[in-house]
Design a binder for this molecule. Structure first.
Ligand code: SF4
Length: 338
């Protein structure tokens, strides 16, 4: 067990994917999703370049290199690394971070979704951060208000179509750390809801985006520019934990992302029907083991789907643009003919 209770209150605790962030807040620390720092930076390539200068291979997922680069350039006080339920590269990343003197705290989601095992992992995290149940309860109540505002933004995207696919992506993906302050994020989200109420509803083909959040910055805007509207960002929506459960363990048991493709499929099917999605864009990351899941999605979803691959945090290349445009045109013509 890594004891980090010697960290000062307010210390920044980074993490490599969504974890029970309530525990970090309850300990009086500031959570920081390292993925978001990487991909929202005005120059994300600097982090990849740093990783490659330090010996990371070209043939490795750039999210991992980006996370490493962020930790090297903006030192955090500790990093929670998710050893199971996220990425096959995390163990190697943890080793190199430890080697570089970064304090790491392992956390695992059990592959078989075993409640007792998850509860034990959460208890270990609470102990490592010296968190008491009373502190946790207050945080959970505060965060549920922010999550409910984010649920409204999501609903306004697919039901009233007042929110762009990119704004939906951004609000939901940042739910993993709520920019380090859930009260402030809640009030920012409520202001945004007021702002978009007067928007003109969007039109166009209803698209669902599946897979890991894209490293490509202009994906959603490009889809919109060629007649599509992303009404479902699968993984980003999971980050808001859109479940009516107040128990911490049960909430993270319902969260689908860490438990493999079969746990995700049921949720995806339900959302395809509810949001009347006409076509799926499955985003995969170069060198990611999750790419294999494409086979299962393709054979089970039962609606048109294309797969696009991203590598660097750079705008879409012209070939991928052409493929997306042709896909949306096809769906649009099919809709007209129906
Ligand atoms: S995209 Fe895949 S390989 Fe890259 S960090 Fe995420 S899970 Fe790991």
């Amino acid at each position: 067990m890594v004891e980090v209770s010697i960290l000062q209150k307010g210390a920044v605790i980074g993490f490599t994917t969504t974890i029970p962030v309530e525990v970090i807040f309850a300990g009086g620390y500031t959570p920081c999703d390292l993925n978001n720092i990487f991909v929202t930076d005005s120059n994300p390539m600097q982090y990849i370049e740093k990783a490659e200068r330090d010996g990371f291979p070209k043939s490795m997922c750039n999210w991992i290199k980006g996370i490493y680069g962020v930790v090297m350039k903006h030192p955090v006080d500790a990093v929670i690394t998710v050893m199971q339920g996220d990425c096959s590269n995390t163990q190697a990343l943890t080793e190199i971070l430890r080697y570089k003197g970064i304090r790491t705290i392992p956390f695992s989601f059990p592959f078989d979704r075993d409640r007792q095992v998850l509860q034990r992992e959460i208890e270990k995290l609470k102990k490592a951060l010296s968190v008491k149940d009373e502190q946790l309860k207050a945080v959970e109540e505060g965060m549920s208000k922010a999550r409910s505002a984010l649920g409204v933004i999501d609903r306004m995207t697919w039901e009233k179509r007042l929110v762009s696919g990119y704004d939906n992506h951004l609000w939901l993906v940042r739910a993993s750390d709520m920019l380090g302050d859930y009260n402030r994020y809640n009030s920012m989200a409520r202001d945004f809801i007021e702002e978009v109420k007067s928007n003109k509803p969007k039109e166009g083909v209803r698209i669902g985006c599946m897979g890991v959040p894209p490293i490509i910055p202009d994906l959603h805007d490009f889809i919109e520019s060629v007649g599509g509207h992303v009404v479902y960002n699968e993984t980003q929506r999971q980050f808001i934990l859109p479940f009516k459960v107040m128990n911490l363990t049960d909430r993270y048991l319902k969260y689908t992302y860490p438990y493999g493709i079969f746990s995700r499929l049921e949720d995806i099917q339900k959302e395809i029907d509810r949001r009347e999605i006409q076509g799926i864009i499955h985003y995969v990351q170069a060198f990611c083991y999750r790419t294999v899941e494409d086979v299962i999605l393709r054979e089970t979803l039962g609606i048109p789907m294309i797969t696009i691959e991203g590598d660097l945090p750079k705008p879409l290349d012209s070939r991928t643009k052409l493929r997306i445009e042709a896909f949306i045109e096809l769906l649009s013509n099919a809709g007209d003919a129906a």
